[in-house]
Design a protein around this ligand. Structure first.
Ligand SMILES: [Zn+2]
Length: 142
């Protein structure tokens, strides 16, 4: 009887630890979901400032003052596509690609949190499951 009692107490403290962790994961997941549910527009890709020479003889770029342009590089259906970004759009493109990175980080975190959540829920099931109905009846009596 004492052994069963000790078993129940250790299961209870384990259940309480698992419950706390699940609560913590649920709060973290809700915070991450706030990011996923934002309305901001996402733009996939990396904005790059490219320095280059044009090849014209006597141009300033031949003396080291290279031309700079902005490019957006993104993988579309497995292929890397690069396009020029007009200077007036650089600010906007920076903002939207930043939104995309933020979304992707949140998404990855959401996936990790869910994986742990699933693991903890399985632990909870194992900790709360009695092997036999008589074990639960004994527990109620003590
Ligand atoms: Zn040039």
């Amino acid at each position: 009887m004492i052994l069963l009692h000790i078993g129940i107490m250790s299961a209870l403290s384990q259940i309480s630890r698992i419950r706390q962790r699940i609560g913590q994961l649920a709060r973290q997941r809700r915070a991450v979901e706030q990011v996923l549910l934002e309305r901001s527009v996402l733009l996939k890709g990396i904005l790059l400032e490219v320095q280059r020479t044009c090849g014209k003889a006597g141009c300033k770029c031949a003396r080291g003052q290279k031309h700079s342009c902005w490019q957006l590089s993104a993988s579309v259906e497995g292929r890397r596509r690069t396009g020029n970004v007009p200077r007036r759009y650089v600010g906007k493109v920076k903002e939207l690609t930043g939104n995309y990175r933020r979304f992707r980080r949140a998404r990855a975190r959401w996936v990790r949190l869910n994986a742990e959540m699933r693991k903890r829920i399985n632990e909870m099931e194992a900790a709360r499951t009695v092997p036999d109905f008589r074990d639960e009846a004994e527990g109620q009596k003590s």
